[in-house]
Ligand binder design. Structure first.
Ligand code: 5GP
Length: 354
């Protein structure tokens, strides 16, 4: 048995130190980034924020809304080939949508059918997603997927440590999705005790990923996935050099989100649940398999209306952070970073008053 004694940090354990700034208006802050991907060789420009491939957030409606802001939606994997065909027939923004799959044989068969139907050109990203990327089988599946889709930009995960991040990139992924146990609808830490604080995960794994490069294309990239609670957590993720940010909670509860709309005592709510929750397993597989424990939570959130208003708020918060640190571009965030380790992030004394 070994204990690592150095402290690992979450978003809530730090604040950002302000820096001298010459910015005159937050409107001038550039939030788009451009990347060229390690294996696919594709170039991409957009705001590097993605809605998670959960059936409550990775919906067609979300993709239509977020693509207008050049943000990505990772579609959940439960859409049928016919659903996808209908959606892609009039959705012409392949740079802002990802197709998702798991590592079961059926997942790869369905992807084969999608490619055979000629739909492969309608999405530039593919998310290969498992809760635990430490399985040898997963690493082999990354290799298999790269062979099947040489020109797609592959996002693969989830893991939380540098050595497996490097391995996933070397086997063919362009972007590694980082985060285990950090998700708001996730109960993995409660059920298994496994996890890694999100800020430290991203700091350590992005350093490893950026060390893998191809001079003809680009470097390995990471996507922080899960654990962003407040708008400021997006800034913190980019500060600790996450190239992309994926979130479920940010995009849950809106008109464009999935999940049932529920009325209770005259107020409207929308369901949000983890993809390994009992609710999701019952919906998609009929029941929870006996050998599995549910590792997801189900909640109802106050209905929040159109996601567009939230996007404005989120992007506004990033621009505002930029003015406090004198960054003209999102790309400069990490270069102007000093984090303060704190034991109290927010003043919540008025939280219970409306
Ligand atoms: P959030 O942004 O809500 O904090 O986290 C979203 C992320 O949580 C997803 O992108 C996914 O990686 C993870 N996640 C979603 N559903 C589940 C689940 O049922 N169990 C676990 N362990 N993680 C989940």
């Amino acid at each position: 048995m070994r204990i690592e004694n150095d402290v690992k940090l979450d978003f809530e354990d730090v604040l950002i130190r302000p820096k001298r700034s010459t910015l005159t208006s937050r409107k001038k802050v550039e939030l788009e980034r451009s990347f060229r991907f390690l294996h696919s060789g594709r170039s991409w420009t957009g705001i590097p924020i993605a809605a998670a491939n959960m059936d409550t957030t990775g919906t067609f409606e979300m993709a239509r809304a977020l693509s207008r802001h050049k943000m990505i939606t990772a579609l959940h994997k439960h859409y049928s080939v016919a659903d996808l065909e209908a959606f892609f027939s009039d959705f012409g923004k392949p740079d802002y949508v990802a197709y998702s799959l798991g590592i079961r044989d059926e997942d790869f068969e369905k992807l084969g059918a999608i490619l055979d139907a000629g739909l492969g050109d309608h999405f530039n990203f593919i998310v290969l997603d498992v809760p635990n990327a430490y399985l040898e089988r997963f690493i082999l599946n990354v290799k298999q997927l790269r062979k099947l889709c040489p020109k797609h930009t592959i996002i693969a995960g989830n893991c939380v440590t540098n050595e497996i991040t490097e391995e996933i990139l070397l086997r063919g992924a362009d972007i590694v999705k980082e985060g285990i146990g950090s998700g708001s609808a996730c109960t993995t830490r409660t059920m298994t005790g496994v996890g890694y604080p999100q800020l430290s995960t991203v700091i350590e794994c992005s350093d490893a990923a950026h060390g893998i490069s191809n001079p003809a294309t680009g470097v390995g990239l990471v996507m922080s996935d899960g654990g962003a609670v407040y708008p400021c957590d997006a800034a913190k993720a980019f500060f600790c050099v996450s190239d992309f940010l994926m979130s479920g909670q940010f995009f849950a509860g809106f008109e464009q989100s999935g999940g049932e709309l529920i009325e209770k005592d005259g107020l409207m709510y929308k369901q949000y649940y983890g993809m390994s929750s009992t609710a999701a397993m019952k919906k998609h597989y009929g029941s929870v398999a006996k050998h599995r424990a549910s590792e997801g939570r189900e909640v109802v959130l106050p209905y929040k209306g159109d996601v567009d208003d939230f996007v404005d708020e989120l992007l506004g918060s990033l621009r505002s952070t930029a003015t406090y640190i004198g960054a003209l571009k999102l790309k400069e965030f990490s270069k102007r970073t000093t984090f303060l380790r704190v034991n109290h992030q927010l003043n919540t004394s008025l939280e219970n008053y409306t």
